[in-house]
Design a protein around this ligand. Structure first.
Ligand SMILES: [Zn+2]
Length: 560
């Protein structure tokens, strides 16, 4: 199978979020070469930079997000903004290809012999720069400018690590994971240029990682919490790199290892709203041990963003619809649920049960959130051997390369599909929708100018979870929880009666859904005898979309 992803303009909740992020986050965070995230690369700023910080990542992440925004919403304004940033980066790039933010003689440079003894994020920063530059190469008008900057970085990486690829892993924290992320950028460089040397270096680094204990490839697979420090964001990004490398080098064994980890993360390490969670037992950004449960589990927005794009890559290479539900859940709940209504601010951590906390100016998660929003359009409309497939029931409109217009709308209980000329295509019917067709599969339809309407029902669902802990065969903890889903959304409530973080609800074991009264697509009342109804809303809207808002997703339950 060979899938080609086409640019799509989203409308609805996701589309509104993309537009806000485009105008507020993307166009305000970097305006020109004076903007802080770019000024870091200026020789004058560089001269004082020796602390090995990671802030340089924002320029590359911005390029990824802005290039995607420019592809879905092309304009001369976007092209000139992107061109300005590329020209600045080119001016800051040193003769040997270095494009980091550290002083020329700083020991934290990845080219410095003492780099392994120092705090350094230099490989990480260059990894983001390469991804940003390769994303810009998707825009025809920018490729001539962006590609040489990227290949010069690639050349420096080859010169530095060619003779001993494993040396890269001695730099970068989290046991080398923060350097191993270079797998994906190196593979992308090979795809872009057709030069396999970058991918060969990536393979050398991966093989060194395996022999130094960063074991992604052992069978049966280690749990992800046991790889390196268990750092979620890095591990998922490494998996994405291994997957890309597997396809470039035609190594199905590597792809099988990634798929095994993907399945294990899905089974053991996700919150109900799709984010990979951790942080209760150790460092706040590492996977928990499998089976650990806490309603206040931490989800880093960077981890959700990377989980989304890994899952999209899994789908795009296989066409397997089982990945689509996971993409939808993470996009509409974890990603949208981390963004503030102002389009600028993001939570670093979100919690099934907990407070929204907008993060600080330089936080990684703000750039990752904006990138993930732009990624949402990517695996929505795909083409396989001339046939279009619509992969989600997300409202969108697009103009196909041959000029045909295509539009999907959701109207009370109906999915409505129209095209400016009759178009045969495949439409995915999500698991959550009950229609005359088989859920969870693609169907053949014809979109016409008059439109095609498919009615559906979407019943709310109570999902129970019993958390138990055993000690020497004796059960010492038993707590009952439930959460509510309807359609693509996980539902949550704010504080009970406006102030209480906890309340135990009584739900009938048989047909707990009988306590739910659907008000509309975005509102459900949970009825408890003798009390005011408890209003549930989609996780991304519940409790207010601003700093300080509270969400309760896991409801404590006394089963009746
Ligand atoms: Zn982050």
């Amino acid at each position: 199978l060979s899938f080609v992803s086409l640019p799509v303009r989203l409308t609805g909740l996701l589309g509104e979020a993309q537009s806000l992020s485009e105008s507020r986050r993307l166009k305000e965070f970097i305006e020109d070469s004076e903007s802080e995230a770019l000024a870091l690369f200026d020789p004058s700023h560089r001269a004082d930079s020796r602390s090995g910080d990671w802030y340089g990542e924002h320029a590359g992440k911005w390029l990824v997000a802005a290039a995607r925004a420019a592809l879905r919403n092309p304009s001369p304004d976007w092209n000139s903004r992107l061109e300005g940033v590329l020209l600045h980066l080119r001016a800051c790039q040193e003769e040997d290809g270095y494009l980091g933010a550290y002083a020329q003689d700083a020991a934290c440079r990845f080219t410095h012999p003492d780099a392994p003894k120092n705090r350094t994020w230099d490989i990480w920063v260059h990894a983001w720069a390469i991804l940003g530059l390769t994303e810009c190469c998707r825009i025809d008008a920018l490729r001539e400018l962006a590609e040489p900057i990227a290949t010069k970085i690639g050349g420096l990486l080859l010169n530095t690590f060619h003779s001993e690829p494993g040396a890269a892993l001695r730099q970068g924290n989290h046991g080398g994971l923060s350097s191993l992320v270079i797998l994906e950028p190196l593979t992308k460089l090979s795809r872009l240029t057709g030069n396999p040397a970058y991918a060969r270096l990536a393979l050398g680094i991966l093989e060194a990682a395996e022999s130094h204990g960063l074991a992604f490839l052992t069978l049966p697979p280690k749990d992800v919490s046991e790889i390196g420090t268990g750092k979620i964001y890095q591990i998922i990004w490494c998996l994405q790199g291994i997957l890309d490398l597997a396809d470039f080098l035609d190594r199905p064994d590597l792809a099988a290892a990634v798929e095994a980890h993907w399945t294990a993360i899905g089974d053991r390490h996700l919150t109900p709203y799709g984010g990979p969670w951790g942080g209760i037992g150790g460092h706040k950004e590492v996977f928990n041990s499998p089976g650990f449960f806490h309603p206040g589990g931490l989800v880093e927005t960077c981890s959700s963003a990377t989980w989304l794009t890994l899952t999209q890559a899994m789908f795009l290479r296989s066409g397997d619809p089982r990945f689509l539900a996971e993409i939808e859940k993470t996009a509409l709940n974890a990603i949208l649920g981390a963004m503030d209504a102002n389009g600028r601010d993001w939570c670093y951590f979100t919690f099934p049960n907990g407070r929204r906390n907008n993060t600080y100016h330089w936080a990684c998660c703000k750039s990752s959130g904006a990138m993930a929003l732009e990624a949402c359009s990517q695996a929505l409309l795909v083409e396989e051997e001339g046939t279009l497939s619509i992969c989600q029931w997300w409202p969108f409109e697009t103009v196909l390369p041959d000029g045909r217009e295509l539009r999907l709308e959701l109207r009370a209980g109906t999915v409505f599909l129209s095209a400016s000329q009759a178009t045969n295509l495949r439409l995915f019917v999500p698991e959550w929708a009950t229609t005359e067709f088989q859920s969870g599969s693609f169907i053949q339809v014809t979109a016409t100018p008059e439109g095609l309407a498919i009615p559906f029902t979407v019943p709310p669902q109570v999902i129970p979870h019993t958390h138990t802990v055993d000690h020497h065969g004796q059960e010492i903890v038993r707590e009952d929880y439930a959460c509510v889903r309807m359609g693509p959304f996980v539902f949550a409530t704010g504080k009970f009666d406006g102030y209480a973080a906890h309340r135990t609800l009584r739900l009938p074991r048989l047909n707990p859904e009988s306590t739910l009264k659907v008000v509309d697509d975005h509102a459900i009342d949970l009825i408890q005898a003798g009390c005011k109804p408890i209003r549930l809303e989609p996780y991304c809207l519940a409790g207010g979309r601003h700093d300080g808002g509270w969400r309760t997703t896991w409801l404590e339950v006394a089963w009746q």
